[in-house]
Design a protein around this ligand. Structure first.
Ligand code: 4FL
Length: 179
């Protein structure tokens, strides 16, 4: 089953504006990334177009000429959930959505995966919070976190390290993980 072009065209015209950026959630699009999310967050008006089942008649897609974005290489029943994911990721950048002072993106803003996080209690099932985090020595803590983030990225998503700027000291640390 395919969505008819006139239906999509009328719907698009009922919401369009001079500044609108139109996105078609589609497995044929480029994969959504944090960089793309940040870019979209700067837009004044986003219109999200979703197919369902077989998709949308190509003529209206050609006429609207939306940017196609995928959320991953798998097929769903429709683009509605991908649209929700895009909304969720972009809305984190909208003023008032996150609490003031909350970190927007520890993960990915520096290209690395997140370092491990701990809260109370200091001991859980015999497992202690790493000593250094209780030291109050912020410079050492920052260095430790950065190394843990490098470690996490190396063990879980090696390919991400290709686009990360590491200091000479961090490069040596990374080399030491490889042995
Ligand atoms: C859209 C899958 C974006 C992944 C079926 C219709 C899809 C999708 N990213 N599947 N649209």
């Amino acid at each position: 089953m395919l969505i008819k072009p006139d239906v999509v065209w009328d719907s698009f015209n009922s919401v369009k504006s001079d500044v609108a950026k139109v996105i078609y959630l589609s497995p044929q699009g480029k994969n959504l990334s944090q960089g793309k999310v940040e870019e979209l967050a700067k837009e004044e008006h986003l219109i999200l177009l979703c197919g369902h089942y077989e998709g949308i008649d190509q003529r209206v897609i050609d006429k609207i000429n939306p940017e196609e974005i995928s959320i991953g290489d798998y097929i769903l029943t429709g683009g509605e959930l991908p649209a929700m994911i895009l909304i969720d990721s972009v809305s984190r950048y909208v003023d008032g959505v996150l609490k003031k002072g909350s970190k927007l993106d520890e993960s990915f803003s520096n290209g690395l995966l997140e370092y491990p996080q701990y809260t109370k209690p200091e001991e859980f099932e015999g497992m202690k919070v790493p000593e250094i985090l209780l030291s109050g020595h912020h410079k050492n803590i920052d260095k430790w976190r950065r190394r843990e983030a490098i470690k996490n990225t190396y063990y879980k998503r090696k390919e991400l390290l290709e686009n990360v700027n590491l200091s000479e000291e961090e490069k040596e640390f990374l080399e030491s993980l490889k042995n």
